[in-house]
Every structure is written in structure tokens, then in C-alpha cells.
Design a protein. Structure first.
Length: 290
């Protein structure tokens, strides 16, 4: 199977969630075989080696150039099978739009994709590996598909120990995962603002909860908050630099754990080409703590 890029160029404009600044994006088809952001003429590959922060969002940096909140865009590219692309960014942050990946995957579907003259290389989990941070963990297991079993556990009656399982495909991303919005708690909004964050946040691009429930409308889908965490994971794990094949069992995940897990699983095994995919036997489970 060949790597794929966009059929044609397109542009988007929007407001950054944390910076509050208007940013323009230009999506440029390429045959260079990876996802690369262009900020101030500086190329920044979408790879965990370029992650400079996971504080409330994922920030990629190279030299004096940086781009934050890349996860929703990367999730759409990963799920919709885009391997090769330049993304020109004229601001410090990827726009939040409605708080999900909807704008991105709808535009990808609208323009379509085409193969390039380069074979797709997958990252396939060969044997069990667990990465932990305190009571949080991601367990990687072999699978012939991209599967996620995710548990969230917040001190809130609507978000206490909920578990769901998914197979990530373009169809499931489009119909279940991709339009799920980010969420926050009314009690921490002022704290985030005092840190100079969520300057572009509003009731139109996030689910906001207080102690009694949702304060700004209804959910788009049951357990939308959990599905948004899966969306973030799909984007974060694409920082491996290859499409992912395997199963992730996640308990109380987040950007910091996701990126740490991407580093550890990549260090533990090398990516494989499509032709070398096999089903390994189970054995000792390596376990990486923070």
C-alpha cells in the first residue's frame, strides 16, 4: 500500500483555543512521505522528538519556531490515512474550531487523497508493553487493527470510571470519534485563564461542566468526553511518525502519558513495513514507569 497525500491544496482560518489568536493554515500536498508543519519558514516534523510541551495541549518546536494544539489535526490525518503533507501555519497555535476534529476530517474528505510513490510503513505492536505514570497507564497489545479500550475516571458523577472500546477506522472516526468536543470544568476555567490559557475558549468550542452537570447545552453523542480523549490519543500516537496498528488499553490517559508512551514503545521496537506484519507470541510484559 502506498502513502497518501491530499488531492489538492486548501486553506483554513480560525482562532487558537489557548492563544486566542487568529491563525491561517495552508495544507500543501507533498511526496516527501511525512507530516511536516512550516512555521516562520522552519520545518517541524510531527514527531515526538519535537514535542516541547504537553501542558494542556501538545506543542511541537524546532529552533525558535513552535506550534501548539496539534492533536486534533493529527488525529484527523491519522484516522483518514494522510501520510505526506506540508501544513503552513501563520500563528502560534492550530485553530480550535468547534473543539473537535470535524473541520479537518470534513475538508480531507472533501478534497480527497491520492497515493504517492512511497510504500506506507506501519508501526505495529509486536508484544505487550505497558507505560505508567502513577496510577495512569497505557498497555500496548498486539492486534491486526488499530484498537482502543479507554477508561476515564474524574471526580465527577458523569465522568467516574467509564470504559468504552473502539476500532479506529475512517468510518468510526467520522461517525463516533472525530466530532467529539474537548471538555473542561467550570471550577478550573478561572485557573486556566490566570495562566494565560483558553483565551479563545467559549461555550461554542468546549463542553463545560459544573458539579451538577453540563452548563452549555447537550452532548453530541453519549460519553462525548471519553470519545474526545480517544480523539486526542489518535492524534498523539501519530507522533510516532507512522500509522499505528495494535491495541491500546488506556486508564486515565492524557497528552503527557500519550507522548511518553509513544517514546517508550518506539524505543522498545522498530516500525515495520506492511509486508512484515505478523502476529507475535505473548511473553514477559515490559513495564516503563515515569
Amino acid at each position: 500500500m502506498k502513502k497518501r497525500t491530499l488531492r489538492k491544496e486548501f486553506s483554513l482560518n480560525g482562532i487558537g483555543l489557548h492563544s486566542g489568536r487568529k491563525t491561517g493554515l495552508r495544507f500543501i500536498p507533498s511526496d516527501h512521505g511525512k507530516i511536516t508543519f512550516l512555521r516562520k519558514s522552519t520545518p517541524i516534523d510531527a514527531h515526538f522528538s519535537n514535542v516541547s510541551s504537553t501542558n494542556f495541549a501538545v506543542t511541537l518546536s524546532s529552533g525558535n519556531a513552535s506550534i501548539s494544539t496539534v492533536e486534533h489535526l493529527l488525529a484527523a490525518l491519522h484516522a483518514m490515512g494522510v501520510d505526506s503533507l506540508y501544513i503552513e501555519v501563520d500563528g502560534p497555535e492550530i485553530p480550535v474550531f468547534d473543539g473537535s476534529s470535524r473541520v479537518f476530517f470534513e475538508m480531507i474528505e472533501s478534497v480527497g487523497t491520492v497515493p504517492i510513490d512511497s510504500e506506507r510503513e506501519y508501526f505495529k505492536v509486536k508484544e505487550p508493553v505497558q507505560v505508567s505514570m502513577g496510577d495512569k497507564y497505557i498497555l500496548f497489545l498486539p492486534s491486526d487493527r488499530f484498537e482502543v479500550k479507554y477508561t476515564i475516571s474524574f471526580n465527577h458523577p458523569l465522568l467516574d470510571k467509564i470504559t468504552e472500546s473502539f476500532t479506529i477506522t475512517p468510518d468510526t472516526f467520522r461517525s463516533v470519534i472525530g466530532f467529539s468536543r474537548t471538555f473542561t470544568f467550570l471550577s478550573v476555567v478561572n485557573e486556566l485563564k490566570s495562566k494565560g490559557l483558553i483565551k479563545g475558549g467559549s461555550f461554542d468550542n468546549a463542553i463545560v461542566l459544573d458539579d451538577n452537570g453540563i452548563v452549555n447545552g447537550e452532548l453530541r453523542i453519549e460519553n462525548e468526553w471519553l470519545k474526545h480523549k480517544v480523539l486526542d490519543l489518535v492524534g498523539d500516537i501519530y507522533l510516532i511518525g507512522k500509522p499505528f496498528i495494535g491495541k491500546m488499553v488506556v486508564y486515565k490517559g492524557g497528552h503527557t502519558l500519550d507522548v511518553r508512551a509513544a517514546r517508550h514503545i518506539t524505543a522498545y521496537q522498530e516500525p515495520v513495513s506492511e509486508m512484515s506484519i505478523g502476529r507475535p507470541s505473548y511473553g514477559y510484559v515490559p513495564h516503563f514507569d515515569k
